[in-house]
Design a protein around this ligand. Structure first.
Ligand SMILES: [Zn+2]
Length: 248
């Protein structure tokens, strides 16, 4: 059976001289693992269409226990990322998170749209990289079943205090009084950062990247969001470690 879909290439692995295996985030089937025959021939549109971080129109053959990509035409290649090793490494971290968190065998159009928007922002330097990272991490983790509870203080229910404490281990928020009273350990955030963090989780998707905050406050949120992702998914991400090693 053949079907057409669109997808973002998240990972590729060479097989022999000519073929490869790719992991694609598709709108219709979520994460799909598929073979590409003759993928390395530069003349073939399949070469560009199945390269890492290409967003492509695909024709996929569904066999008994494997998928094969018959045709692939690149629609977007995020050229800006390929020219900047730091942004490229962040893009690869986004891919690793998608591979770990997005569904397999069911539609994932929301996750795909988030990934494409984030890569577009990064590739064209539309926002500071650290802001794109926080937005992507918090929104993806929220979409995939780990939405934090940022509405109010988890203890007394107050909506805001000048400083609040976010606990990455649980995804809960506390006002400074309750945090002090109960000895809650977490990331201390000024209220402007709390508002930004709420925005990354609750804002409409077309407004996701429209929040303004100073870079150093995004940096602190970035530590909080990557820690939250790591606790919720119970693993570390080598691509994130690589990205951070380039940033020191
Ligand atoms: Zn409280």
């Amino acid at each position: 059976m053949r079907f057409k879909t669109k997808g973002l290439i998240l990972r590729e692995q060479n097989i022999g001289e000519r073929d490869k295996l790719v992991w694609v985030l598709t709108d219709s089937h979520g994460i799909l693992r598929a073979f590409v025959r003759g993928a390395k021939s530069i003349k073939s549109p399949k070469c560009a269409g199945t390269g890492l971080l290409s967003y492509s129109a695909l024709t996929v053959f569904e066999g008994k226990d494997s998928y094969v990509i018959d045709e692939a035409f690149a629609e977007e290649q995020f050229i800006g990322l390929h020219k900047d090793v730091v942004n490229m490494s962040l893009g690869q971290y986004f891919c690793e998170l998608c591979l770990n968190l997005c569904p397999k065998g069911q539609e994932a159009s929301e996750q795909l749209r988030l990934a494409l928007n984030s890569l577009y922002m990064l590739s064209n330097n539309k926002r500071p990289a650290v802001q794109i990272k926080v937005c992507f991490e918090m929104r993806l983790i929220s979409m995939t079943g780990y939405m934090p509870d940022l509405v109010m203080c988890s203890d007394c229910g107050v909506y805001e205090s000048p400083e609040m404490v976010f606990v990455p281990q649980t995804g809960r928020l506390y006002c400074s009084d309750c945090a002090e009273r109960h000895g809650v350990q977490g990331v201390r955030l000024p209220i402007a950062s709390v508002t930004a963090l709420r925005h990354t989780v609750y804002a409409d998707s077309d407004k996701l990247f429209s929040f303004e905050l100073r870079d150093e406050l995004w940096e602190r949120l970035s530590a909080a969001s990557e820690s939250y992702v790591s606790y919720m998914t119970q693993r570390d991400y080598p691509t994130l470690q690589f990205y951070k090693s380039l940033n020191v």
